[in-house]
Design a protein around this ligand. Structure first.
Ligand code: GRF
Length: 316
């Protein structure tokens, strides 16, 4: 068994590729270990994944640094605190300067969701869907100063389907990314890759067999806002048709942010009255009619009684 190499994984967000590397490293015979996970964004899901796996994490918020160089100086300082043989950019959304890249030449990998050299940069899936391409995929490549330009290590292909949206295509490509990154790291860790300024030679490391299955991405659940008992509806009569207006006060004690609402609370706040719910206007109308009817009957009884009394008095 070869001595595992040490990885620094750099992220900016969701961290599903980080998770695929964490899962691969969990296998005893996988020839790499993660020594640190670094994010340029605080509070991202990738950091939570790293913490859940018991990995050291560091946050270097790029916004706190006046320039890219100062940010990279802090990054270099942080890297120096951990054993690092290979840097893996996994959804890391900062462009690194040529200075930084040249210090780590041959030791930085990136993953890109296209078949490079096609579609470097952003909005890859939209651009693929606007083309006639029948295939897309992902590329793990060495990082060089040019954006998404370095030599390719591993590529995986997927079909582009007729009814694809950017999201469905991205999901199909992402599944392949989760295989491609651990495979590329393994090639390097097993010494199968020769990298010089002029050429990259990739040997055969045999098939990569670890089944890497990254759990679907689930946004952290927020507790639903407490729901008060529904308030009695306010009834407003219109000249022609009766209108029932809902109490304008929200039935939630907390302000409603539709983005954070659960399905249930959304249904509750948007719903029309149920079909079998009593119609308040109809109830009021029936009550009025009943009142009118009893009042009329009362006067009729009094009238009849008076007539009978009058008749009796006349006869006597
Ligand atoms: C991936 O699609 C990767 O190719 C691109 O950014 C995305 C990161 O996703 N560079 P994740 O954070 O690893 O889930």
């Amino acid at each position: 068994m070869v001595k595992p190499i040490n990885l620094a994984v750099l992220i900016s967000g969701r961290g599903s590729n980080l998770q695929s590397i964490i899962d691969a490293c969990a296998h005893e015979d996988y020839p790499a270990r993660i020594s640190v996970v670094i994010s340029n964004e605080p509070d991202v899901m990738g950091l939570q994944r790293a913490k859940d796996a018991g990995l050291p994490t560091e946050v270097i918020p790029h916004k706190s640094y006046p320039s890219r160089r100062e940010f990279e100086a802090a990054l270099s300082e942080t890297l120096a605190k951990h054993p690092v043989d290979l840097i893996c950019l996994a959804g890391f959304m900062r462009v690194l300067t040529p200075d930084f890249v040249s210090k780590w030449e041959g030791k930085i990998l990136n993953i890109h969701p296209s078949l490079l050299p096609a579609y470097p940069g952003l909005h890859v899936h939209e651009r693929v869907l606007h083309s006639d391409d029948k295939e897309s995929g992902c590329t793990v490549h060495f990082v060089t100063p040019g954006l998404d330009e370095g030599p390719t290590l591993v590529q995986k292909r997927v079909p582009v389907l007729q009814d694809d949206t950017p999201d469905t295509l991205a999901a199909r490509v992402l599944d392949q990314e989760h295989l491609a990154y651990p495979e590329a790291i393994r090639l390097i860790a097993l010494g199968k890759v020769k990298y010089t300024k002029d050429f990259v030679e990739i040997g055969d490391a045999g098939p990569y067999t670890h089944p890497v299955k990254v759990a679907p991405v689930v946004e952290p659940a927020e507790p639903p806002a407490p729901v008060e008992a529904p308030k009695a509806p306010v009834i407003a009569q219109a000249a022609s048709a009766p209108v029932v207006k809902q109490d304008p006060k929200p039935s939630h004690s907390a302000p409603i942010d539709s983005h954070h609402m659960t399905k249930e609370t959304q249904t509750m706040s948007n719903h029309a009255p149920a079909d079998n719910a009593p119609d308040q206007v109809t109830i009021r109308e029936s009550e009025a009619m009943w009142h009118y009817f009893t009042k009329t009957a009362k006067y009729m009884v009094i009238g009849i009684a008076a007539v009978l009394l009058l008749m009796a008095a006349t006869l006597l």
